[in-house]
Design a protein around this ligand. Structure first.
Ligand code: HEM
Length: 442
């Protein structure tokens, strides 16, 4: 894939769509159909116009590797995000580039990887047990909402400690409003627009976070924020208060919305596939109620396959964007600086060249003898390369603990008369939020 002489090549085929909006509506409504229709018309490289920018879409595992791995230097992550996100989140990790990104990432990694994770397991289990009790008392609920509150409570408790206390419910509401504005252009601070409301919510969240940061500076605490406060870069410098606040906003947002989405789809698929559900429950039974610690979590291959298959079919982020900072050639086409590029996880995860019967929920595809999904960059639900999700290990542990607990203790039945077709933005979920009846498992 030569990068020289790029300008002698044609621009990729495609169209601009509507003025200003381009094809953003089609993409947001159904990112998989959007990519498939255009792939059928133009092949694996084409252009469109999304969120106010000309965008080259590069499809398939090789394209994912190019964008996420081998040719990262051609792209900026920060400039690839929309103004709604950069203005609300500031300088959190996903919005940084170059040396600053490497510095922040190296300082955040120890709080979300390795031995410290084990210290989070008991809180995760206590939280899911408490929430499951509430769901049982309710009898019926929109499970997306239940998982959202559970994931938020786990994230805030582990990141910030018990300091939120009385403000937890208020913060949950503020965060919901904040998240709704992230993907809702235009970025105008008007109180009747989702972005304007998100801006106000951010202004109310920041002083609460500032207070908790100050408390952590006064007295070291055994929390993720405590680890971030103590973190030092190679020059011995720590995070400033402003940097910590932006990082907390990103970690709290990315740390609960995505997990909520994926867990909702896991329950949906298990409810529709009783044999898979039975296998996952039998695996938990065989563990004989063992505590959900590191050793037990390694002995759940059936649950792991279910989680991977849900990630393949229902990736919470359908793909990702980068801004092109250096023009290049790809697949025989010229991609100019100033455009965006997009990779599509959801398209890659449905490619018949990579997956047998890709529409089918079939966790056994990940077991021997089939062993699908081994090709690099064919499973990119958590991104890939040096910017792979920094919360990957944390998320995987949390999802295992939550699902293991629920499989051991609870049964969900899907209520009739609801719609399951996915809503993609701001968080991918079944249209009616997965309404379920909850019963204790016998
Ligand atoms: C099911 C759960 C999750 C999924 C599917 C997910 C997905 C992703 C994806 C696809 C990316 C890469 C985006 C790109 O580069 O285009 C990413 C990055 C990121 N994720 Fe996650 N994520 C999950 C959980 C978490 C959790 C629990 C946290 C924090 C505790 C987190 C924090 C982040 C951050 C900060 C980044 C930016 C990393 C960087 O740019 O270096 N995520 N995530």
């Amino acid at each position: 894939m030569a990068i020289s002489m790029s300008r002698t090549r044609p621009l990729p085929p495609g169209r601009r769509g509507f003025p200003v909006l381009g094809e953003t509506g089609d993409w947001a409504r159904d990112p998989l159909k959007f990519a498939r229709d255009r792939h059928a018309r133009y092949g694996p490289v084409w252009r469109t116009h999304l969120m106010g920018r000309p965008t080259a879409v590069l499809l398939g595992p090789e394209a994912n590797r190019f964008i996420l791995g081998t040719h990262m230097h051609l792209f900026s992550s920060r400039q690839g995000w929309s103004k709604t996100i950069t203005s609300l989140i500031g300088d959190g990790l996903s919005l940084l580039d170059g040396a600053t990104h490497r510095r922040h990432r190296a300082m955040i990694m120890p709080a979300l990887h390795g031995a410290v994770l084990q210290g989070y397991a008991a809180e995760m289990q206590a939280q899911v047990a408490g929430h499951a009790q509430q769901w049982l008392a309710l009898g019926e609920l929109r499970l997306f909402d239940g998982f959202k509150r559970l994931s938020f409570d786990i994230a805030t408790r582990l990141m910030l400690g018990p300091q939120l206390q009385d403000e937890a419910a208020e913060c949950f509401k503020l965060f919901r409003t904040f998240t709704r504005g992230l993907f809702a252009p235009p970025a105008w601070r008007l109180p009747w627009l989702p972005y304007g409301r998100a801006w106000d919510a951010g202004q109310r969240l920041r002083p609460i976070l500032a207070r908790i940061v100050a408390e952590h500076r006064r007295a070291p605490a055994d929390t993720i924020l405590g680890t971030l406060v103590a973190a030092r870069d190679e020059a011995g410098e720590g995070f400033s208060d402003a940097e910590l606040m932006d990082e907390l906003l990103v970690l709290l947002w990315a740390g609960h919305d995505t997990i909520t989405s994926l867990l909702t789809w896991v329950v949906y698929e298990l409810a529709r596939h009783p044999a898979v559900d039975a296998e996952a429950r039998a695996e938990q039974l065989a563990l004989g109620g063992a505590a959900l610690d590191a050793a037990a979590l390694k002995r759940m291959p059936a649950l792991d396959r279910v989680l991977r298959e849900a990630e393949r079919l229902h990736p919470p982020a359908p793909g990702g964007f980068r801004a092109v900072v250096e023009e290049f050639e790809y697949g025989g086409f010229h991609i100019p600086a100033g455009w965006n590029v997009m990779y599509s996880s959801v398209f890659t995860h449905h490619m018949p060249e990579l997956w047998h019967d890709p529409e089918c929920f079939d966790p056994a595809r990940f077991a021997a003898p089939r062993n699908e999904g081994r090709q690099p960059f064919c499973m990119v639900g958590f991104g890939g390369g040096p910017r792979v999700c920094v919360g990957l290990a944390f998320a995987q542990m949390q999802m295992r603990i939550v699902m293991a607990y629920l499989l051991r203790n609870v049964r969900f039945e899907l209520l009739p008369g609801q719609r399951f077709d996915p809503v993609a933005v701001p968080t991918r979920m079944p249209r009616d939020g997965l309404r379920v009846r909850v019963q204790r498992s016998t």
